[in-house]
Design a protein around this ligand. Structure first.
Ligand code: ATP
Ligand code: MG
Length: 309
């Protein structure tokens, strides 16, 4: 039984070797790396020291086993992950542009992760669960949305806190069902962890202050706006504060947001206050970008403490 649960895709990531490399030309890639936004999140939750599980699905092959072993080694309870004999583990390819942007090709909708559904969400698993984390990128088909809806209903009964990281691109909002569902998740979350652009896309208001106030008045307890190399801004009913970024050399930005969220939720679960948890998250997010690979920069609380304390 895990204190912190999440749901969604497990994938391997195959990364371009050179900055400026595109998908249109033959070039070298490196991988596979263990990945998938919810997988990076839950790996970090476990590394910080909370009991953690991910409801997911992988294929019965090496890509699946690579992820499974990695999560197991880092302390994640992998018993919520099912193995498909029909579909293969998801794959994401990534290239890096000179300006720091990334380009992705995902093989997800026809992967094992597409098989996640309501039957994978079990009442008994939520009885002890303190935090349930949802990522917008995981809501890519009807069956996963139905699973998340069932989980949200269970959380309401058990008092489990729901955290939500939209992790979306603008184009996804053109899908009206997706947009409506993201609104439903937002209306039900206790902790909201958007990027600045995501806050603007998902919440009405004339500026960020107005958007944040609207959410707080609706009952969201904690909001942290992730700002990449600019640090973060945090809000609750009682307080608001900005954190400067920790100075690091950025090698690969992929996974920073998931590592940030994993640290924050795991620290709250361990009993740290909102400000202290956000400080650890701000540090872990910075450490995450110093390593090549989505999950490779995940780190322990001891390391974060060296920077914060
Ligand atoms: P992704 O979805 O790619 O995982 P994100 O957009 O959700 O990323 P970011 O804002 O990129 O999340 O990063 C999360 C947090 O990590 C930031 O708010 C900041 O605290 C820290 N961080 C990220 N990049 C840097 C950096 N270059 N220097 C210092 N801290 C950083
Ligand atoms: Mg993100």
């Amino acid at each position: 039984m895990a204190d912190i649960l999440t749901i969604g895709e497990i994938v391997v990531e195959i990364m371009a070797k050179q900055i400026g490399q595109t998908f249109e030309e033959t070039a070298e890639f490196v991988g596979p790396f263990a990945s998938g936004a919810p997988a990076i999140f839950i790996d970090q939750v476990a590394k910080i020291g909370s009991s953690a599980g991910i409801i997911s699905a992988i294929g019965n092959e090496g890509f699946g086993r690579l992820n499974l072993e990695r999560l197991r080694q880092d302390g994640v309870d992998v018993s919520y992950i099912k193995v498909s004999h029909d579909l293969t583990t998801g794959v994401a390819f990534v290239t890096y542009k000179e300006n720091g942007d990334r380009d992705f090709i995902f093989h997800l909708k026809s992967s094992a992760a597409s098989l996640i559904g309501p039957d994978d969400v079990k009442k008994e698993d939520f009885e002890r669960c303190k935090f349930f984390h949802i990522m917008g990128s995981s809501l890519f088909n009807e069956s996963i949305r139905a699973a998340v809806k069932k989980a949200i209903e269970l959380c309401k009964k058990t008092g489990t806190k729901i955290s939500f990281d939209p992790n979306i691109r603008k184009e996804l909002l053109q899908d009206s069902e997706m947009k409506e569902f993201l609104g439903y998740v937002l209306d039900n979350c206790n902790i909201f962890l958007p990027g600045k652009e995501e806050l603007e896309l998902l919440v009405d208001g004339e500026d960020d202050e107005a958007r944040v106030q609207r959410l707080l008045s609706k009952g969201v307890e904690y909001i942290v706006v992730k700002r990449g190399s600019k640090g973060c801004k945090a809000y609750s009913k009682e307080t608001s504060f900005s954190l400067e970024p920790i100075k690091v050399v950025e090698v690969d930005p992929t996974g920073a947001g998931d590592c940030f969220a994993g640290t924050l939720i795991s620290c709250l679960n361990k009993g740290y206050g909102f400000r202290q948890s956000t400080m650890f998250a701000n540090t872990a997010g910075a450490l995450a970008v110093t390593k090549k690979g989505p999950m490779e920069g995940n780190s322990s609380l001891e390391l974060a403490k060296e920077f914060v304390c």
